[in-house]
Design a protein around this ligand. Structure first.
Ligand code: ARG
Length: 472
């Protein structure tokens, strides 16, 4: 092994033997961290400008570095850049390309910087951009649900618990329930963005630097809200990655729950929902099939995000203070989580926008399952009957209706009077799905006035606002 071979590596000086090819293949990350290129270049330009401001390089050197990095950025974007496992990762690739063009000026860029604080910075920039895109994707999905709720105002559907008919609800109420969940996901994104938006650069490898740098200069240039206050933690903290992975996993779970519900609602058996055909696929053997594969994949893909979260937590659990190479394994997991949710959101919003309820099918079966039993029980309570007594009485009425195969409303007054002498017309007016809905009064309930208020509130919130995370 000659000295020149050792010099080919950015860290080769001390080595007497070349890196084993198998080790190069094993340890490279450029095959996946090349997607940090833009963030790496942004970070390097800010770093070079700071070095010039602090007298650690000249302004013309910083200018030349910035200009050349922009050329490299374009080359990478155009697919004109050559990647090789021998150069390990995206950071060394870009630095090598810079040095090849600029010579000594390029060799100054890594002043007061380590790849440890560099990769931490790049990943924070990457995740920050991803958070803002995901927020917009979730906003679009909320808007699709809100749009659907607006189209379906007035429609009553059966509400289920335990997948058994429970109480009638407005379809709009059920659709807005998804807006609530996705709003919490967006709030969590905005919250996790705060801890992502902290600058590690300047932490050095672990201890900081003896050189007179200005970390605030870099912080301001890159739009970070704060500077990491402990260099050991700054260079190795990946909590923000885990947080984002969790937020994505939970949003994925919400998407999965929604997909599961809609797979059911669009079956022939339920017949509630009509899915847009462009978002269904067919069978290669059964000519009649129109399958909800998109919803099934939305449901299925949540598994990956849950797995990625698990991988990240396990990755971190055994690490002592400061950077360990294990941390390189964080990227594929978080990239996959981000890609997966973006892909899901990309199809979910248009699928919702193109769907409709089958009003005739729903109306034909809305009186099945005694959805109005609770409404009747509460009418009895309002007239002074203790809840447990009212519950038992209505149970008796329901049993009678079940035995005769009719709805509660179809029972004759005589059949109620048999068990309850106080039966009257006012109690009868609690029966029927639409009356049960209209009689609701509590805040947040499926009462038409409540749902109208909620629709108006979501309209104000979603139609005007930019993404919550984008504001933070
Ligand atoms: N590719 C590495 C990573 O993703 C960059 C940091 C390498 N640092 C080191 N000391 N080897 O973690």
């Amino acid at each position: 092994m000659s000295a020149s071979q050792g010099q080919q590596k950015a860290w080769g000086g001390v080595f007497r033997e070349p890196t084993d090819k198998r080790v190069e293949a094993f340890s490279e990350s450029v095959s996946f961290d090349r997607r940090l290129a833009d963030d790496d270049i942004d970070g390097s330009i800010a770093h070079a400008r700071m070095l010039a401001a602090c007298g650690l390089m000249t302004v013309p050197e910083a200018d030349a570095i910035s200009q050349t990095l922009e050329e490299i950025r374009r080359q990478i974007a155009d697919g004109q850049f050559e990647f090789t496992a021998a150069k390990e990762d995206i950071h060394l690739h870009i630095e090598a390309a810079l040095t090849a063009r600029l010579g000594d000026a390029g060799r100054k860029l890594h002043t007061a910087r380590s790849r440890n604080d560099q990769v931490a910075t790049d990943l924070r920039l990457y995740c920050r951009r991803a958070i803002d895109r995901l927020d917009q994707g979730l906003l679009a999905l909320q808007q699709a649900f809100l749009g659907f709720a607006l189209r379906e105002q007035g429609l009553i559907i059966p509400g289920y618990t335990h997948m058994r008919r429970a109480q009638p609800v407005l379809a709009a109420h059920q659709l807005l329930a998804w807006c609530e969940k996705f709003q919490r996901d967006r709030d969590r994104l905005a919250d996790c963005r705060k801890r992502t938006n902290v600058l590690p650069l300047g932490s050095g490898a672990l201890a900081g630097t003896t050189l007179p740098i200005d970390r605030d200069h870099v912080k301001d240039a890159l739009g970070f809200a704060a500077v990491a206050a402990n260099s050991l933690d700054g260079a190795s903290d990946r909590d923000f990655v885990c947080e984002l992975a969790f937020v994505i996993a939970l949003a994925g779970v919400h998407c999965s729950q929604w997909a599961e519900e809609w797979v059911l609602y669009s079956t022939q058996e339920f017949g509630f929902l009509l899915l847009p055909e462009g978002f269904c696929t067919g069978s290669s053997i059964m000519p009649q099939k129109i399958n909800p594969d998109v919803l099934e994949l939305v449901r299925g893909k949540s598994a990956r995000s849950i797995g990625n979260l698990q991988s990240l937590l396990v990755l971190l659990k055994g690490l002592p203070t400061a950077y360990n190479r294990d941390l390189q394994e964080d990227k594929e997991a978080i990239f996959d989580s981000i890609d997966t949710l973006e892909a899901v959101l990309g199809v979910a919003a248009p699928l919702v926008a193109g769907s409709s309820f089958d009003h005739d099918r729903i109306a034909a079966t809305i009186d099945r399952g005694h959805l109005d039993a609770t409404s009747l029980m509460e009418a009895l309570i309002a007239s002074g009957v203790p809840q447990r007594t009212a519950h038992e009485l209505v149970g008796t009425f329901v049993r009678r209706a079940m035995t005769r195969g009719v709805s509660l409303a179809e029972l004759a007054d005589q059949e109620f009077l048999q068990d309850y002498a106080g039966w009257n017309a006012a109690l009868r007016s609690a029966l029927g799905a639409s009356r049960a809905v209209e009689r609701m009064v509590s805040f947040g309930s499926t009462a038409p006035s409540q749902v109208a208020d909620q629709i108006a509130a979501w309209q104000r919130r979603l139609m005007k606002e930019p993404g919550a995370a984008a504001r933070a």
